[in-house]
Design a protein around this ligand. Structure first.
Ligand code: ASP
Length: 288
């Protein structure tokens, strides 16, 4: 059976940027080995994307509206799951998520507990901020303060209580990977979040069934507006429908429920793989 690694660089990019994103993502995918544990391959791909400042994960993560960076990441194989929520000051959240899965009795570690856990294991203090993220924050803050903008509407109740000058936006270039090696499945996801967002906000990416799911039928990972993805348990629903119709149709059907909300998924099953998104999304693929 063919081994598969399929990765994405986040939904929401302009259609004319997808080809360029695909070139980079195919390069990343092609440099990952597919001859061992599928989790190693999925994590290696996500780790490379976390280290690339162009993606909203690890280095390059977007900022919260208070200017801080809190990251979510998760990993899964059938029957096992680990995630970190709102972790700060580490270089590769996806690797800490794996440690949560493999070294603790827990599935999720949040905030300062996740940071302390990472330090205990020797993850060094690291600043993932970039000028691009700072500029994005500036734009986000402007939108927040512009009456009539979508962001203004979302935050209008809070605006009465908060000085948003203290705060920052924008983006959905989260990263994710699904793998099937020798018939075994794994998935990994990492994100700085979907801004504008408050400090403490958790998206779908570290929530099993929402932004990631791996079961006996396959592995699924999502990208897009986490609040909406979570409400629909998107990845769990896709996994449960695997085998009832072609994988592409399953993904298309589930994404069709997202009206005016960007969403995308990648998935691999025992005999298929594919992706579907309602806006531009770069992907990379390796088959072996
Ligand atoms: N789903 C991520 C979140 O809401 C963002 C993304 O996919 O870009 O945190």
């Amino acid at each position: 059976m063919t081994n598969v690694l399929l990765i994405h660089g986040g939904v929401g990019i302009d259609d004319n940027l997808v080809d360029a994103a695909n070139i980079k993502l195919n390069y990343f995918a092609s440099s990952v080995k597919l001859n061992g544990n599928p989790l190693d391959s999925a994590i290696e791909a996500v780790r490379m994307m976390e280290d690339d400042p162009e993606f909203n994960a690890g280095t390059g993560s977007v900022m919260r509206i208070d200017g801080s960076i809190q990251m979510d990441a998760s990993v899964a194989i059938p029957g096992k799951f680990g995630s970190v929520l709102a972790i700060e000051s580490v270089r590769n959240p996806v690797m800490v998520a794996r440690d949560v899965m493999e070294m603790t009795p827990h599935t999720m570690l949040a905030g300062d507990g996740a940071v302390k856990f990472a330090r205990l294991l020797g993850y060094e203090e690291y600043d993932p901020s970039t000028d691009r993220a700072r500029n994005r924050l500036k734009v986000a803050l402007e939108n927040l303060k512009t009456p009539g903008s979508d962001s203004y509407a979302k935050y209008s109740k809070l605006m009465e209580k908060t000085d948003f000058n203290d705060f920052m936006k924008d983006s959905c270039d989260t990263v994710g990977a699904v793998a099937r090696i020798d018939g075994k499945f794994a998935a990994a996801v990492s994100t700085g979040g979907a801004s504008p967002m408050l400090r403490g906000r958790i998206g779908d990416s570290p929530v099993f069934g929402s932004g990631i799911y791996v079961g006996d039928k396959g592995a699924v990972v999502a990208t897009g507006i986490g609040e909406e993805i979570s409400k629909r348990l998107l990845c769990f629903r896709i996994h449960e429908k695997i085998g009832t119709k072609p994988l592409h149709d399953v993904m298309k059907e589930e994404i069709s429920f997202f009206k005016n909300v960007i969403a995308g998924v990648i998935a691999v099953s025992a005999d298929e793989y594919g992706y579907f998104a309602n806006k531009g999304m770069g992907t990379g693929l390796k088959l072996e």
